[in-house]
Write a new protein. Structure first.
Length: 243
């Protein structure tokens, strides 16, 4: 479930054969940055060329849009598409930008589950008040040969999300209690213990701009957000362990 609105990227399609990622010439890049700064509060991180003459890719706050050389006119909510290969190049670019190095996650803070040979490894940031997370829990409960690092990520409800996270965190059987909570059980229990680990998890989420639950991180850094179709999810985790 999304708790912060982010810029969508659906709508206008531009035909191209490949997506250029070379940095734009410095004078053009600076002109675009200056123009955008004058007319908006968007912070531009970088400007790149594209296969379309006169059209430039602008990376800003973990998102992508397109503009002309003046920086005055922009394609917002747009996707750059390779019509020949039927590839959404903007989506590929965003997925690459949004990768989270698996080794950067605080796995020592996670609630770890291992089933079978544990060869399918992934992490998930989840909230007990997120309906999609509860459905996702039932799905991953059916998977074999998995190692799951579960991060309580209480962001949906201002009070109840945090309360349930603290109850799960402070329980003697943290893994069992949190699993029950994610399956819809609302146990009573103490909320009084050292919850600095939960605070650290929230900081990691902020660091990586995790703004929706569930958010899954695969071994190769791929970020999957929300309700990923089961077949697509299984294919993704199998692909990530082969990298």
């Amino acid at each position: 479930m999304r708790y912060r609105k982010s810029m969508g990227m659906a709508g206008l399609m531009l035909a191209a054969s490949v997506l250029g990622q070379a940095l734009a010439p410095s004078d053009i890049a600076q002109a675009i940055k200056t123009s955008i700064a004058q007319h908006s509060d968007v912070h531009v991180d970088s400007v790149h060329t594209t296969p379309v003459p006169g059209i430039f890719e602008v990376v800003a706050d973990a998102d992508v849009f397109y503009t002309d050389a003046s920086g005055r006119y922009a394609f917002l909510e747009a996707r750059l598409v390779d019509m020949q290969d039927k590839r959404d190049l903007t989506d590929a670019r965003l997925r690459d930008m949004n990768r989270i190095p698996f080794e950067s996650l605080p796995l020592q803070l996670a609630i770890k589950e291992v089933r079978g040979d544990g060869s399918r490894t992934f992490a998930v940031f989840e909230d007990s008040q997120c309906p999609i997370c509860q459905v996702f829990t039932k799905f991953i409960d059916q998977l074999d040969d998995v190692t799951i690092y579960r991060f309580p990520f209480p962001v949906i409800h201002p009070t109840e999300s945090a309360r349930q996270a603290r109850i799960g965190w402070c329980a003697p059987d943290r893994a069992g209690t949190w699993h029950a909570i994610m399956n819809g059980v609302r146990p009573e229990g103490t909320e009084s213990c050292d919850v600095s680990g939960l605070v650290d998890i929230l900081k990691v989420g902020e660091q990586h701009a995790i703004n929706s639950t569930p958010t899954v991180v695969l071994l190769d850094g791929t970020r999957l957000v929300g309700a990923t179709p089961p077949e697509q999810f299984i294919e993704a985790i199998d692909q990530s362990r082969r990298q």
